[in-house]
Design a protein around this ligand. Sequence first.
Ligand SMILES: [Zn+2]
Length: 216
Amino acid sequence: MYITDTQTEGPVAVVVGGIQGNEPAGYQAAGGIKTWSINRGTLVTIPRANPVAIQRDTYLNDNGNLNRKFPPGETPTTPLARAIWGVIASYDPDIVINLHSSQGIYEEDVGPDGVGQAIYPTTAPGASEDAVTTAEYMNRYHLDDSFPDYYRFQRGNTIDGTRPYLVHKTDADLGVPGFIVESTRYETSLATRRNWELNIVHHLLDRHGIDRTYES
Ligand SMILES: [Zn+2]
């Protein structure tokens, strides 16, 4: 994990990548985000949440799907999940973002089934609008004309405390805005997906009062 603490009062954001090892867009984006300078608050990045699965380039690790080990209202069910949740909870975050990629595209008939090109908000106030606004921003500024309309980012369905996933647990246990970010692997390059995810995180953080700063 990486901590960017500005020593200036402000929100606490957590970004998690690589919870599934065959989704490099998320862990590569998070690997960039961990080096960001920000104007205020604290940025906690766990870029490679599932290192064994990343090393093997597999969805699962020896304990199965890491993103099924976070039951809402209960202790996570593996040591790795407990370690990850322990970090997140100890920072009392104001926003939690979990970066993924998917084979297909959410609610589109093109390509394989999947949940890509969508931002899924928790039930916390403002999260849905954050997802809508960020999707619109992406479609306006970061979706090059070579992409057909079905690549347009959407707001995904609302994430509540009904499943044992990291962001569902965020909704149930922390009650703060949380987001699952899903780009699609369907006929996209890794560089494109990584860039989309970087821009989505940038926009979501900006909406929560944390702006990236650049050394001059
Ligand atoms: Zn995933």
